[in-house]
Design a protein around this ligand. Structure first.
Ligand code: A3P
Length: 278
């Protein structure tokens, strides 16, 4: 519409300003990371945060600090989306939370990086994890024999990931508590706008993602986005998010609850917050 017209060129001012951002945007190392936990709701959180104009997030999981560390920080930076000054660059790799070498490595990149962990009832998390594993490898043993297979450690299979206090302790050796924000995976489903509000505060951003962005999709049984980034149609997360869980024998459930109980209590004490897991 508004054009600067020379004899042979007519440049739309809008495309010019888009081009300008493209030139001034640079690739930077992330200032915030979603470090865990697997099956906590990490994809939902990242997709919701992406609605914020001051966030630039990598779509895939780069696994830099756990798997590709030898490739170096220059490689890691090259993976990041371009961002303008003032925008926060972030990525999510849920495995960071549970890998022993990661906190020190993250710290050596930046001691100011903000860390976000989505935590969910470890029993539900384990079942969700198992549901995902069985969808990829249908012939694995039943849940109960898998989780309680190794009686000496009692924590083979997907159970060890749910020992949140143990994992968090390693991060707290490198980062102050104030630099780690915990998102309730349960509330991310029941009140996504509320949880997103707190995350935006933590990141020092204006609360732009609000309840106006969400609607509850009854068929999916989860909150979905009214208008995702770059689209005008409503959007739910894919089929692999929000799967129907296998029914687990109540006795096995009780064993799992008993197993996690002391660990959950220790976690609540450590973070000063009761997540109310039964
Ligand atoms: P289930 O598929 O077991 O229900 P992650 O992205 O970390 O792998 O976590 C997946 C989990 O995110 C899902 O586990 C689901 O419960 C949860 N989740 C949270 N908000 C969601 C949403 N809006 N849509 C779909 N799944 C969501």
């Amino acid at each position: 519409s508004s054009c600067v017209c020379a004899v042979e060129t007519c440049i739309s001012l809008q495309s010019l300003s888009g081009q300008y951002s493209e030139w001034t945007a640079t690739r930077r190392l992330p200032q915030a990371l979603i470090i865990g936990v697997k099956k906590g709701g990490t994809r939902a959180l990242l997709e919701f945060l992406r609605l914020h104009p001051d966030i630039r997030a990598l779509g895939s999981e780069p696994h830099f600090f756990d798997r590709h560390y030898a490739r170096g920080l220059a490689w890691y930076r090259s993976m990041m989306p371009k961002a303008l000054d003032g925008q926060i660059v972030m990525e999510k790799t849920p495995r960071y939370f549970v890998t022993v070498e990661t906190p020190e490595r993250v710290h050596s990149m930046s001691q100011d990086v903000k860390l976000i962990v989505v935590v969910r009832d470890p029993v539900t998390r384990a079942i969700s994890d198992y549901t995902q594993i069985i969808s990829k490898t249908p012939n694995i043993p039943p849940f109960e024999s898998l989780v309680f297979k190794n009686h000496t450690t009692g924590m083979l299979g997907p159970l060890w990931i749910g020992l949140y206090a143990q994992h968090l302790e390693r991060w707290l050796a490198w980062f102050p508590r104030t630099q780690i924000h915990l998102v309730s995976g349960e509330r991310l489903i029941s009140d996504p706008a509320g949880e997103l509000g707190k995350v935006q505060d933590f990141l020092g951003l204006q609360r732009i993602v609000t309840d106006k962005h969400f609607y509850f999709n009854k068929t999916k049984g989860f909150p979905c986005l009214k208008k995702p980034e770059g689209s005008s149609k409503p959007h739910c997360l894919g089929k692999t998010k929000g799967r129907t869980h296998a029914t687990i024998d109540p006795e096995v459930m009780q064993r799992l609850r008993d197993f996690y109980k002391p660990h959950n209590q220790r976690f609540y004490q450590m973070v000063g917050q009761d997540f109310g897991w039964q």
